[in-house]
Design a protein around this ligand. Structure first.
Ligand code: HDE
Length: 720
């Protein structure tokens, strides 16, 4: 028998695992007990769940492998070790080729307005009915371990487990895309991913290959405007929109088709961070977005989106200035209003990341009867691609047997076998037609219930040709840019300058400016100046002259921001001796609209307030920079302010908050600190000295706005 001592292994530890008392079965010395998560355990006399191999064989020693004598060679027969290492060696599956970094949650979709007039889809029939859903948010370019606040498109993929099979709406937080034809997808993705010889930069579009491809692909210009806007650096998944992007069809009982575009609208309004902030958040908390989602759901503050539809017929499509099949175009809400018909609520975090978020397999071609495709060439290509990728990633055509992917409704067919088959057809027949009758013969097709493809009439030669109606690459880019508020336009200019400043080849930079000239001369000028280009290049050649279309308010984040401080977070920087009444007033005022607060202090053990109350901190100042908060408050007495005035991290806290246009509250004692940090002389209407409950209320009211934007006119951290 092996004895355990300090030299040959850790002492045996049997930590108590919660098991419910009721044992389901006892035999010999073993009983089987149900654990708190519903799982069954073998349990020995001491009531603790027994560790076993995957085969269920109880393990006596998980600290030492089997060997000859205490210092001898290992033994091949050690099946406990062999199985453990074998399994570990195979833990990884290929990460997604795009959208590798993602985060998912469970929830439900609830219909609030019937769409029975336009679709037979069961999920859209009964108002008030809830249908289980799973959502995965993601970035596109970065690998699985990359940081959350990359400048990137966010995936917004929703699986709704309807009574007629799974509906996957695999969308993004941007309503258009880089390319018009799926055949260019590998190119745009190769270009944005790390360059192949050096394998960097990670999760960034700011490099030569990306801008080289983009500058040679004018159809990407509209998308580029979005990606260079603050849409690409959202504050949280909870504050961003989602879009189905393509035009889809809804089909009713009589096989009548209506075109549709899908929109997810966040209940909290739209909000993004600033670029300089994003860069710093990535260092301070690379998991900023996933933590935010986890925390919100875990605390019962369930994120919610409205599902909206833009419905239109063939006549509208024919009359619209742009081709509704072109995925680089959107239909402005002002032209075709979004009708809200449901809501999506995320109310449960995952039990296990791998089992759900990693293994979930979205496929654009998963549509129930009543939802159908348009001829958008990107959508057509996607419908082919997604099944392929799941086989590569999950390793078996039986990926639909994984619980997160399995439909919740009954399903039956004659597909069988394959790796990891969890369900196989029962009965005598595994083919049809057959003559084994209802009991043994298996399922039959149903012309009545079954999916019937919309009978679009198509005719034409087989060609490799881009439709002329796809040729206007600049008008909607211009519309997007001109729909932005002043500060948002500035951010777009700053972002392009930033990105192109990382591009080594001057000709690529100039080529981008030549496209910008077709979008907005002011923007081209700002970018050229920011890059130090003295002479503007010729505007890029156009196939169709860009036109001016009406701006759309719905495209601006600032104009569609939150209505109050709900769902956001105040960082309260405190020290010993901080005014207890003020802290109390602050926390009460923050919680009123449903916002959160966190204490940041010189030590994690916390502080003793003026009335002797001791409170723990959530963050030590070095680990809790102001970029983690939507607004900040400084509450400390003067003697402590003088101490902090010498500390670089503390000064960064307030300098960054100020530079990022955040609303700032400060107690009178903090003035010396503000002076030392160099912001005192610049304090503006976004900064509130708080001394009473009323001044605290005024501060929190102001926080309803995203930021104090007027400050940006004088403070510019970005390029230019
Ligand atoms: Fe995807 N895309 N995509 N895509 N996509 C994938 O499928 C593809 C496109 C989107 O959280 C892959 O499971 C092609 C547009 C999301 O699991 C892959 C084309 C939009 C996700 C794939 C596109 C998207 C993916 C990689 C050009 C917005 C993450 C892993 C025609 C409407 C889903 C996977 C998740 C994932 C192919 C373009 C959204 C390879 C060929 C446009 C949200 O199949």
């Amino acid at each position: 028998m092996t004895t355990r001592n300090a030299r040959n292994g850790a002492a045996k530890s049997r930590p108590k695992q919660k098991t419910t008392k009721k044992s389901t079965k006892s035999y010999g010395e073993v009983s089987v007990v149900r654990g708190s998560g519903g799982e069954l355990h073998q349990v020995a006399g001491d009531g603790v769940a027994t560790m076993t191999t995957q085969q269920g064989i109880p393990i006596s020693d998980d600290q030492n492998s089997l060997r000859v004598g205490a210092r001898g060679p290992g033994l091949l027969e050690d099946f406990v070790f062999r199985e453990k290492i074998f399994h570990f060696d195979h833990e990884r599956i290929p990460e997604r080729v795009v959208h590798a970094r993602g985060y998912g949650a469970h929830g439900y979709f609830e219909l609030t307005e019937s769409l029975a007039d336009v679709t037979r889809a069961d999920v859209f029939q009964r108002v008030g009915e809830k249908t289980e859903a799973f959502v995965r948010f993601s970035t596109v370019a970065g690998s699985k371990g990359s940081f959350d606040l990359a400048r990137d498109v966010r995936g917004f993929a929703v699986k709704i487990y309807t009574k007629e099979g799974n509906w996957d709406l695999v969308g993004n937080n941007i309503p258009v895309f880089f390319i018009q034809d799926a055949i260019k997808f590998p190119d745009v993705i190769h270009a944005v991913k790390p360059e192949p010889d050096r394998e960097f930069p990670q999760a960034q579009s700011a490099h030569d290959n990306f801008w080289d491809f983009i500058s040679l692909t004018p159809e990407s210009m509209h998308m580029i405007m979005w990606v260079m806007s603050d849409r690409a650096i959202p504050r949280s998944f909870r504050f961003m929109e989602g879009f189905g992007v393509h035009t889809f069809r809804l089909v009713d009982k009589n096989d009548r088709s209506t075109f549709v575009k899908f929109h997810w609208k966040p209940k909290l309004g739209l909000q993004s961070v600033m670029w300089n902030e994003a860069v710093k958040i990535n260092g301070a908390d690379p998991d900023f977005h996933r933590r935010d989602l986890w925390d919100a759901i875990s605390s019962g503050d369930f994120p919610e989106w409205e599902l909206g539809v833009q419905l239109f017929d063939q006549k509208f499509a024919d009359d619209f200035e742009f081709d509704v099949l072109d995925p680089t175009k959107l239909i402005p809400e002002e032209v075709l209003p979004v009708r809200v018909i449901g809501r999506l609520v995320l109310d449960r975090v995952v039990d296990n990341f791998f089992a759900t978020t990693e293994q979930v397999a979205f496929c654009t071609q998963n549509v129930p009867p009543g939802i159908d495709f348009s001829n958008d060439p990107l959508l057509q290509g996607r419908n082919f691609s997604y099944l392929d990728t799941q086989l590569k990633r999950l390793g078996s055509p039986n990926f639909t047997h994984i619980p997160v992917n399995a439909p919740r409704c009954p399903f039956a067919n004659f597909q069988q076998d394959g790796h990891m088959a969890m369900t196989n057809p029962k009965g005598r027949a595994n083919y049809e037609p057959n003559s084994w009758g209802a009991a043994l013969g298996g399922p039959r097709e149903s012309p009545k219930l079954g999916f019937r493809t919309f009978q679009a009439v198509e005719e034409g030669p087989k060609v490799r040709l881009r439709s002329e109606s796809f040729a206007d690459h600049y008008s909607q880019a211009r519309m997007f840019y001109r729909s932005q508020t002043e500060v948002e336009r500035k951010h777009i200019g700053d972002a392009i300058v930033f990105e192109l400043s990382k591009v080594e080849r001057p000709d690529i930079r100039e080529r981008v400016v030549s496209h910008l000239l077709n979008i907005d001369e002011g923007l081209a000028d700002v970018v050229a100046t920011g890059l130090g280009i003295d002479e503007l290049p010729e505007a890029a050649q156009t196939v169709i002259e860009p036109i001016d279309v009406n701006p759309s308010e719905a495209l601006s984040i600032v104009l569609r921001g939150p209505k109050n401080f709900k769902g956001r977070k105040l960082g309260i920087f405190v020290t010993d001796g901080a005014d207890a009444k003020l802290i109390n007033a602050l926390t009460v005022a923050v919680e009123k609209p449903g916002a959160l607060w966190e204490l940041v202090a010189p030590k994690i053990s916390g502080v003793t307030l003026s009335d002797g109350t001791q409170i723990p901190a959530k963050q030590k100042i070095d680990g809790g920079p102001s970029v983690l908060y939507d607004a900040v408050a400084l509450v400390f007495p003067e003697e402590q302010a003088l101490v902090l005035a010498k500390d670089a991290c503390s000064k960064d806290f307030i300098r960054d908050a100020f530079a990022h246009c955040k609303f700032i509250a400060y107690s009178s004692g903090a003035e010396a600190f503000l002076k030392a940090a160099g912001v005192y002389d610049d304090l503006d209407a976004g900064c509130f000295e708080i001394s009473s409950a009323q001044s605290v209320t005024d501060f929190i009211k102001a926080c309803a706005d995203l930021r104090y934007w007027p400050r940006e006119v004088t403070i510019d951290l970005d390029a230019n």
